[in-house]
Each structure stands twice: as C-alpha cells, then as structure tokens.
Ligand binder design. Structure first.
Ligand code: ADE
Ligand code: ZN
Length: 335
C-alpha cells in the first residue's frame, strides 16, 4: 500500500462541520442488531450476511431504514444512539454537527412523548460536548412519503420545542411523492416559531424541485440539491441568492444518483459559486464517514486544504445555530 502523503493526512485531520445527517440513519448496524436482540425483535431482513445494511435502491433503502428504526423504542435508546453517533463523528474530526430527528420515530408525533425523546437526545448532546468536544444541534424533520397531514404533527413538535438545541425544520423521505408546496403549511408554522429551514430536493427529481423548495418553502438550505447542476440558470440563481447545498457525495454514489465520484457535480457547483457543504447523510448505510468523504473529494477533484477550509467556513456560516456558537466554531476552524 502506498504511504499516504503528508498533505493528504493533514487534510483528513482538518476540523470538520457536518450539516446533514439523519439520527436513525447514523446508527451502526451492530447497534441496531444489539437493540433487536435485547428486545427480541426479528429484523434479520435489514442486514446482509456480512452484517451490513441490505438495500438495492432508494425506495428499498427507505423501507430498510424504517425497519431498523422500529427497534428504537424509548428515549433511552435515542440517548445511547446519540452518544454513539457523536463519538464516531468526533473521531472523524467533526467539531459541529446537525442531525435530522423525526417525531414520527420518537413517539409518533405526540408532543408530550416528543419532549421526552428530545430531552434524552439533548442529554446525549451535552455529554458528547463535554466528553468528545463535539457541539451538536437538532433539525426536526417530517417525512415526505408520510404525507402533509402527518408533517403537521412534526411541525407542531418543532414549533413547541424550538430554541436551544432545536434550531431547524426539514423534510426527508421519498422526493418522488407529492410536491414541496404540499408542505407549505408545516414550513410556515416552523418559520413562525423562529426555526431555520431546509428540505431534501434535487436528490432524485430535477432542477424544478430545487426551484420549488426555494420558492414554495422559502428554505435557506437544500438537502442535496445536486441535480440543480443540470440547469445553468438555476445554478446562477442559487449562487446569487447564497442558497446553501448540503451535499452528500458518498450517499449519492452508493444510492446511484451518480455512477461514480468523477461524475458527481459538487466541484462544478462549487466553481460556479454555489455554497456547497459536505456531509455523510446516513454514514453506516453508505459505508462512509467524514474522513472518507474528504479522502474521496481530495482524490477525485484534487481539493487541497485551502478548499476544505473554505468549505468548513461556509458550513459554519450556514449552520442553524446561535451567533455565539457560530463564533466559537469559526474560532476552532481557525486554530
Ligand atoms: N432519509 C434518510 N436518508 C435520506 C436520503 N438520502 N434522502 C431522503 N430521505 C432520507
Ligand atoms: Zn438526507
């Protein structure tokens, strides 16, 4: 094996900021298997023979994801999961992380139950900050294929617990179901509660979906957004408006949005002046972590420490946190 260059080793060790991860999607398979055993739940179909998550395409991924999530049954489970996620991220040099958390998987949209789950996740965040030096925040997330009515219960949970740890509202799930504007009521509720907004768009559907996200939901960040690259006028508009893309290249390659790293548009978007950031989405599902994303970006596009530092700063500036926290993380990036 070639010895890694000193420059590349330095890049992998840079402090990192991650704005797009799904709490349940960051659960290591061994963690989920352990809980399934404890609770006597049969979720064998979730795993390959080698113990990794088994899925053949995006829709199958979503169903396996939801099956794995069924073993997360209590606030305590979410606290343990949070500690595991944050320890792993910190070991990859992540100093600040935002995670999507779904009331649908934490009490089914009931506000009182949600408060209990949220308290447990906040405990994990506080302990992880103390023990692993990683700061984190939560983005309450509705699930698109559960529909607009269900999304309102997530938005209500978000609005009722906005402030402090909960800084944003978002939407994940199957982008091929319904339209962004179907969720405008929920986004209005979240905005009025003072939350910052993001939505998955332009991962599966084309540029129009990204336009809809900006115009119909008035988000300031877009989850993925990569297919905007197919429309030059939209790319210019995103650059001009300063809309931030939460790009997850490894996720896109594993799920087949792009056939390989070379074909991924992150560098084209960046060169066109779009604010791109880098995240892992659901790291164990996609056999990735932030060091691996950095490694592939450096090897594929020749990004040097200067580019990665610029991206980390853009990420800090796009973080859904209070200004004191932003100042602190920017200071850590400079150190
Ligand atoms: N939920 C978890 N990962 C997702 C992804 N990549 N796209 C949409 N919803 C998701
Ligand atoms: Zn995502």
């Amino acid at each position: 094996m070639n010895e890694m260059s000193e420059e590349l080793a330095g890049i992998l060790d840079l402090p990192k900021i991650e704005l797009h991860t799904h709490y349940e999607g960051a659960a290591p398979p061994a963690f989920i298997r352990g809980l399934a055993q404890e609770k006597n739940v049969d979720i064998s179909k979730v795993f390959n023979a080698d113990g990794s998550y088994a899925f053949k395409d995006f829709v199958h991924f979503l169903s396996v994801y939801e099956a794995a999530t069924t073993v997360l049954k209590s606030p305590e489970d979410f606290k343990r999961l949070g500690l595991a996620i944050l320890e792993e991220a910190a070991s990859n040099g992540v100093i600040y992380m935002e995670s999507f958390i779904s009331p649908d998987f934490c009490g089914g949209g009931d506000v009182d139950a949600w408060r209990d789950y949220l308290a447990a996740m906040e405990e994990a965040a506080t302990e992880a900050e103390r023990d692993f030096g990683i700061t984190s925040r939560g983005i309450v997330t509705c699930i698109r294929h559960f529909g607009p009515e269900q999304a309102k219960t997530a938005a209500l949970c978000a609005a009722e617990t906005a402030g402090g740890f909960i800084t944003g509202f978002g939407m994940g799930g199957d982008e091929n179901q319904g339209n962004q504007r179907d969720f405008a009521y929920s986004y209005d509720m979240a905005r009025e509660a003072g939350l910052k907004l993001t939505t998955h768009a332009g991962e599966w559907r084309g540029p129009q979906e990204v336009r809809d996200a900006v115009n119909d939901l008035r988000v300031e960040r877009i989850g993925h957004g990569v297919r905007a690259a197919e429309d030059a006028a939209l790319v210019d508009e995103l650059a001009e408006k300063g809309v931030v893309l939460e790009v997850c290249p490894g996720s896109n390659v594993v799920l087949g949005v792009y056939p390989d790293w070379k074909s991924h548009p992150i560098d084209v978007l960046r060169r066109a002046g779009v604010k791109v950031t880098v995240s892992t989405d659901d790291p164990p599902f996609f056999h990735t972590n932030m060091r691996n994303e950095y490694l592939n970006l450096a090897n594929t596009f020749g990004w040097d420490a200067e580019v990665f530092t610029e991206i980390a700063k853009a990420s800090a500036n796009a973080a859904f946190c209070d200004e004191d926290t932003r100042t602190q993380i920017l200071k850590k990036l400079e150190a």
